[in-house]
Design a protein around this ligand. Structure first.
Ligand SMILES: O=C(O)CCCC[C@@H]1SC[C@@H]2NC(=O)N[C@@H]21
Length: 523
């Protein structure tokens, strides 16, 4: 069981020894599940949930970033989005930034609605709207509707990323969530790596049926995403509920496809219930609970951590090809696309290595995060200050590798800290606040740096130097913030936790329940 407490090993051993006692559980009368049985249940949930989240994230990430490709697609025939709409560099970055402004504003309300409604329905709603708005990009005809569509896309997609993290915490205990978040986070990296290659195919469709290449691209991605949204409604499991207890059906359930339960047998559901008691009796929350979460100081260091890593991640995603071209102006656009993809492959490899480690050594999450930031700083220094083009490009590969463990680690650390202190509403609100406010980092890097910083955008060996240095500075601030939080948690939170060796089984169980937000809800 995951815990951020001091002596967590001793605590976990004490909890485990409870579970290994022979005979039925005194509280439930149920035959106690072996570790292997519990493991099997999580494997079943994984098969059901992770590929579905992966697919939805891949499609939404592709739709969000396709606009960048559309700006230059088929430019040799004058059919790119920027040519047809006569967009200036400033207008392009304004549109990109407007999207993130909505992310900042609407992440939080979206996640709160999600925790009040059925999470899987809300996730499907997000995906459906992203599909429809994505397809509408094909109809762009003026600068004002480019701005408007980016705003609307930001509004409808807000809540997707923190919502997925929240959704995962409904099915898995904190010590198992990091790896899962990491798995579906790889979808964004695969998307970043492949969409530009796929766009080459769409460019070949330029002129078919009177549509240009980017219009085909938006329509097809939009259609596939909308179909995926409908499938998700049927496929993604609803929030778990106590075995034997009937679900309170909301009015909209009448219109939804009938679901196949994720866990088919009553026994599996009971064992999962025992493992994840928090989610079955999600205590109703009100404004006061929400206020407590929002006033919790722990939000701020986590937000600063996220600000740095998401800002740099999105900055590299939006301007990576420009940064590569600045290191070697002779590269063609095809070569640029080919060199861009390995950055995300490095990111993906790092996620797959680091996130299981982060779960295994969950007390070390801030150090894994800081390691990732340090690697990015080293990479950015190479890209900025080295003179050989390939060394500078190697620096970007290091940035990709360093990015891998950072974003998912902040999300999982946030849910760990807030689930323990505030229960389910804590996870929903805190992950949305950290992601939402942290995306001010994306607004900063897309709007104010690179093409948005006129004096830094002058071709030559020093091009983008100042922007890169700002990125190094915000990463250093993220590291500092994670260390400050780790230290404060050590002195403030961990001091109040009783040594598990001195607790009896009932007290351990009660504490586990409290950490999951169940204070006083069990009869
Ligand atoms: O809002 C989200 O979807 C979560 C953060 C996205 C960060 C992007 S995904 C591609 C690139 N790789 C990273 O590690 N960060 C950025």
């Amino acid at each position: 069981m995951g815990s951020t407490n001091p002596n967590s090993k001793a605590y976990e051993e004490a909890v485990d020894s409870r579970d290994s006692d022979a005979g039925p559980d005194a509280e439930t009368g149920m035959e106690i599940a072996s570790d292997a049985e519990v493991e099997r249940i999580y494997v079943k949930l994984d098969r059901r949930i992770i590929p579905a989240l992966w697919t939805l994230y891949f499609l939404c990430a592709a739709i969000r970033s396709n606009v960048g490709l559309a700006l230059t697609m088929n430019s040799s025939t004058g059919d790119s989005l920027s040519q047809r709409l006569h967009l200036s560099g400033h207008q392009i970055s304004t549109g990109l930034a407007l999207f993130y402004v909505c992310y900042v504003v609407f992440d939080f309300p979206s996640n709160l609605i999600m925790s009040k409604l059925s999470p899987h329905v809300w996730l499907s709603r997000i995906v459906l709207c992203v599909g429809i708005v994505g397809a509408c990009h094909a109809a762009l005809s003026a600068v004002w509707n480019y701005y408007l569509i980016r705003l609307i896309l930001g509004i409808v997609i807000a809540g997707m990323w923190p919502g997925m993290a929240y959704y995962v915490t409904l099915f898995y205990p904190p010590s198992l969530t990091g790896k899962r978040i990491g798995y579906y986070f790889t979808a964004a990296q695969v998307s970043a790596a492949v969409v530009s290659l796929v766009s080459a195919g769409f460019q070949k469709m330029n002129g078919y049926g009177g549509l240009v290449g980017y219009e085909w691209m938006f329509l097809i991605y939009g259609l596939v995403t909308a179909i995926d949204a409908i499938l998700l409604l049927w496929w993604l499991p609803d929030r778990p509920f106590p075995p034997g207890e009937s679900r309170k059906l909301r009015w909209y359930y009448r219109y939804l496809p009938r679901q196949v339960p994720a866990l088919a047998t009553e026994r599996d559901r009971k064992v999962h219930y025992e493992e994840m008691t928090r989610v079955y009796h999600a205590p109703p929350w009100g404004i006061r609970d929400l206020g407590k979460v929002m006033l919790d100081w722990r939000i701020w260091p986590l937000t600063v951590m996220y600000f740095g890593v998401v800002g740099v991640g999105i900055g590299v995603q939006n301007y990576g090809t420009l940064i590569i071209r600045a290191t070697n102006p002779k590269l063609t656009s095809v070569q640029l696309s080919l060199l861009f993809a390995p950055i995300w492959v490095m990111d993906l490899i790092a996620i797959l290595i680091a996130m299981p480690l982060s779960d295994r050594f969950n007390k070390k999450r801030p150090f894994i995060f800081s390691f990732g930031c340090t690697v990015q700083i080293i990479g950015l220094c190479m890209t900025t200050f080295a003179s050989a083009p390939w060394t500078r490009y190697g620096g970007l590969l290091l940035v990709g590798f360093g990015l891998g463990p950072t974003t998912p680690n902040v999300m999982v650390w946030t849910s760990e800290i807030f689930s323990r202190r505030h229960g389910e509403v804590g996870v929903a609100a805190a992950s949305a606040l950290v992601s939402g406010l942290g995306n001010l980092g994306s607004v900063t890097t897309t709007y104010a740096l690179y093409t948005g910083w006129a004096s830094d955008n002058v071709p030559g060996p020093r091009q983008y130097r100042k922007s890169n240095i700002v990125m190094i500075a915000i990463l250093a601030t993220s590291i500092l913030s994670s260390m400050v939080l780790k230290t404060l948690l050590h002195f403030i939170d961990d001091k109040n936790v009783e040594d598990p060796q001195n607790m009896d089984r009932a007290a351990i169980r009660e504490r586990e329940r409290e950490e999951r937000g169940l204070r006083g809800t069990r009869q």
